[in-house]
Design a protein around this ligand. Structure first.
Ligand SMILES: Cc1cc2nc3c(=O)[nH]c(=O)nc-3n(C[C@H](O)[C@H](O)[C@H](O)COP(=O)(O)OP(=O)(O)OC[C@H]3O[C@@H](n4cnc5c(N)ncnc54)[C@H](O)[C@@H]3O)c2cc1C
Length: 468
């Protein structure tokens, strides 16, 4: 089908305001927040509801044209927008459908950003069971669930998906389904693990390759009474890792963040820095923070003013982790980041960091030559391990720096998904080719699943490197 004809059909389905084929708009979608340049779509559509999405998907199948789902593109990992695709944005799916205080749930459309939900729940003295990730002012809930975003407060509360109770999804053939309890239309979405297999999990972390998430029901709760903060510096990074491992075992903190490279927090000496946040009743928060402090000190941690920790938590601004203004933290525009990230057991972090430090030492001269900076080897400690994200920065104004940045990402993926014993936690078109082939039979199974669910390969082809 010619593009003009496609446009006419889409305009009939969605209205002329919601279909655009102007180059000035299409070109805005060729990149996410990372270094990868992707394709330019032929046409951009902005459906306003689930049924409209389903209709677009059915048309795409008929003409065998790929569709890419666009939340707010706050990932750093390579959007993988296919050249000449239909780009479908969820911007207009921006409604909070229901706050149900009786069942402690909130149901939202997929294009809502995390912060909007937080603001509404605040009026009810409620919060999402787990806050969004650092991108909560910009990322959509649908995009975040699709990538399994690593949220704040993960040390105690767990992953984003742990608190999803049900989804509405448009499958690759345009069928609309509900997962969990409300798959039965007579039931409310109060339980994910009902009505048979856990279908919700299929779409979390699938990066939009197996379906488009259109609605999400999420668990909410009363906002904890008190928040307390601590900040420790360690002369030996291995001791910092051991201290956090003990904090995790004792459940002494709600959220622990570790900084292991990059610029040091202002006016603080050390090899590693630990930010601790505890949220609980007044009595429990006081007790747990004391326990965490005692554990840090038993591993030679030195306490410092926790002002930056508090500001980071309240303002969600990463630069506060290093007590600096955003400019120096991000090394000043236009440095960009080809991120590599993933999970490992906490104590493994000692060996994996040693590998990274050695890698940097071995490539010092090249880093200087190609203008590569290290923003950080930073970590969120999870319930059972640690999520490490390796942020190297290249200079966007220099082509050889960009090329080297991409090569560096590939080498770091190979190193960390191999000897570094790290399981990929952030995928996308830029990283998937390094991570997925390591999965053996699981990779084969995923490819078969994709082929079965999406025989025309219309939904986000290429994003997870599923063999297309
Ligand atoms: C300042 C900053 C801090 C950040 N901090 C964190 C952090 O702490 N932890 C973390 O994990 N990430 C973090 N991120 C990354 C980012 O916030 C998440 O990846 C993000 O929430 C994804 O949402 P999005 O709407 O931008 O999705 P997009 O980037 O638009 O999409 C991501 C993927 O999901 C697919 N997708 C989008 N919407 C849907 C849908 N409705 N249904 C199915 N598939 C869909 C897309 O096709 C794509 O493959 C941060 C980003 C920024 C800018």
């Amino acid at each position: 089908m010619k593009n003009m004809e496609l446009k006419e059909q889409l305009v009939k389905l969605l209205g002329s305001d919601n279909v655009c084929d102007e180059m000035a708009e299409r070109i805005c979608y060729f990149r996410d927040c990372g270094p990868d340049k992707a394709g330019i779509p032929d046409i951009v559509v902005k459906p306003g509801n689930t049924e409209e999405i389903a209709v677009v998907i059915r048309l795409a199948n008929k003409i065998k044209k790929p569709v890419y789902t666009w939340g707010r593109a706050t990932t750093f990992l390579g959007s993988g927008v296919p050249q000449g695709c239909i780009l479908l944005t969820t911007t207009r799916l921006d409604k909070i459908l229901k706050v149900d205080l009786d069942t402690s749930t909130v149901t939202v459309q997929a294009g809502v950003i995390w912060h909007t939900i937080d603001a509404v729940l605040k009026d009810h003295n409620r919060e999402l069971f787990i806050p969004g990730g650092g991108g909560l002012f910009s990322g959509t809930v649908g995009g975040s669930v699709a990538v399994n975003v690593i949220p704040h407060a993960i040390t105690e509360y767990g992953m984003t998906g742990d608190h999803v109770l049900g989804l509405e999804v448009v499958l690759p053939d345009g069928t609309i389904i509900h997962t969990g309890a409300s798959a039965n239309p007579d039931c409310l979405p109060i339980e994910r693990y009902s009505n048979g297999p856990d279908i919700s999990g299929l779409f979390m972390g699938a990066y939009g390759t197996l379906g488009i998430i259109t609605e999400i029901t999420y668990r909410i709760r009363k906002t904890p009474e008190l928040e307390k903060f601590a900040f420790y510096a360690f002369a030996d990074y291995k001791k910092a890792v051991e201290a956090v491992n003990e904090i995790q075992k004792e459940n002494a903190a709600t959220f622990v963040i570790g900084l292991f490279a990059g610029p040091k927090p202002k006016d603080v000496e050390g090899e590693a820095f630990i930010h601790i946040i505890v949220r609980d009743s007044e009595r429990e928060a006081t007790y747990r923070l004391k326990q965490a402090e005692r554990l840090c000190e038993s591993f030679n941690g030195i306490a410092h003013d926790a002002f930056g920790t508090k500001k980071y938590w309240e303002d969600h601004m990463y630069s506060w982790l290093r007590n600096v203004a955003p400019g120096p933290y991000y090394a000043g525009a236009p440095y960009m980041c080809p991120e590599v990230a993933g999970f490992m057991p906490t104590l493994q972090l000692k060996d994996s960091l040693a590998l990274l430090f050695q890698y940097v030492e071995d490539h010092k001269a090249e880093f200087e030559k190609y203008d590569i900076l290290i923003k950080g080897f930073d970590t969120y400690f999870t319930r059972n391990g640690v999520y490490l994200w390796i942020d190297t920065l290249y200079n966007e104004m220099k082509e050889d720096s960009w090329k080297y940045g991409l090569k560096l990402r590939g080498e770091l993926c190979d190193l960390m998904y191999g000897k570094g014993k790290m399981a990929a936690g952030g995928l996308g078109a830029g990283v998937a080719p390094y991570a997925m082939p390591k999965l053996g039979n699981t990779f084969t199974f995923l490819k078969q699943l994709k082929k079965t669910m999406d025989p025309n390969n219309v939904l986000n082809p290429g994003v997870l490197f599923l063999g297309d």
